[in-house]
Design a protein around this ligand. Structure first.
Ligand SMILES: [Zn+2]
Ligand SMILES: [Zn+2]
Length: 278
């Protein structure tokens, strides 16, 4: 079964299987992993990178996805490629001469997933080829909200205003359903939501309750008040757990504009704080 993901921004790792160049790796960013690996293998004439051109075949081994924007993914890509230049990865020791390039890439990635700001993003690590899979070191397990998946993946274009399919949560059927006209009050502060106010909607289709973005963010951050961006929390109505990033994905348009405004040197987190007026 191929997993389909909407609004796909992924950073992938290629492994060279050509005996002449065997063991080489390549890190890149894509919105379409299937097309991208084909380009790499066809060569630079077909859109493949120059560094990989003519050295194939390459296997796409793993992809980290769930970045809220191309900018967030490109920053992850850059830091993964240049861990020694990234100020966030000073704690990652340099590649040992005995260490294989592939193992080093995985070690850097494992470190990144435990490092701010990436440890707070709603990411997923997907192993695309079983034979390359390696366990994360015990002391570098990714945070609990970053799942590790297995198998092929396909990016999917999102239709405007189409809600993504969600699993049915048992026990939610007996909750009263709320029509949009009735849900004009924020679920958290109970105040009426005015036009222009930033709101978020519960990701569970059976619930769909709306809240002010700032109200829900504060609720989600209840146990970690020093943080600016929530990672995940519980819906005040249906009690379903959702990742903050998935709530934001639901209102993608607004979020995309926000992210594009981020300048190169600004912190991802501090910008979010502005949006939330924290
Ligand atoms: Zn509110
Ligand atoms: Zn809910």
């Amino acid at each position: 079964m191929v997993l389909e993901v909407e609004n796909f921004h992924g950073v992938y790792l290629l492994f060279c299987t050509n005996p002449k160049y065997k063991g080489r790796t390549y890190i890149g960013y894509t919105v379409d992993p299937r097309r991208r690996v084909t380009q790499h293998n066809k060569g630079s004439k077909y859109g493949g990178a120059r560094r990989t051109s003519g050295k194939g075949p390459w296997d796409m081994v793993l992809i980290v996805y769930g970045f809220p924007s191309d900018i967030a993914a490109l920053r992850f890509e850059w830091a993964w490629q240049h861990p020694n230049k990234s100020r966030r990865l000073k704690h990652v020791t340099a590649k040992k001469s005995s260490e294989k390039a592939y193992d080093y890439r995985l070690r850097v990635m494992a470190n990144m997933l435990s490092t701010s700001p990436w440890c707070r993003l709603p990411l997923t690590v997907q192993w695309l080829k079983q034979e390359y899979r390696k366990d994360f070191p015990v002391d570098l397990q990714p945070p609990s909200h970053i799942p590790i998946g297995y198998g092929p993946i396909r990016s999917k274009k999102v239709k405007k205003q189409t809600e993504k399919e969600e699993e049915t949560i048992p026990g939610l059927d007996d909750l009263p359903s709320i029509s949009s006209s009735q849900s004009s009050r924020c679920e958290v502060c109970i105040k009426k939501m005015k036009p222009g106010e930033a709101t978020v909607e519960c990701v569970y289709p059976h619930c769909g309750v709306k809240s002010h973005m700032i109200c829900l963010a504060k609720l989600f951050l209840h146990n970690e008040p020093s943080q600016l961006i929530p990672v995940e929390g519980t819906c005040p109505r249906c009690k379903g757990t959702s990742r903050w990033g998935d709530l934001i994905r639901k209102k993608q348009g607004c979020y995309a504009d926000l992210v594009r405004e981020i300048t190169e040197n600004e912190d991802f987190a501090s910008h979010w704080a502005e949006e939330l007026h924290v």
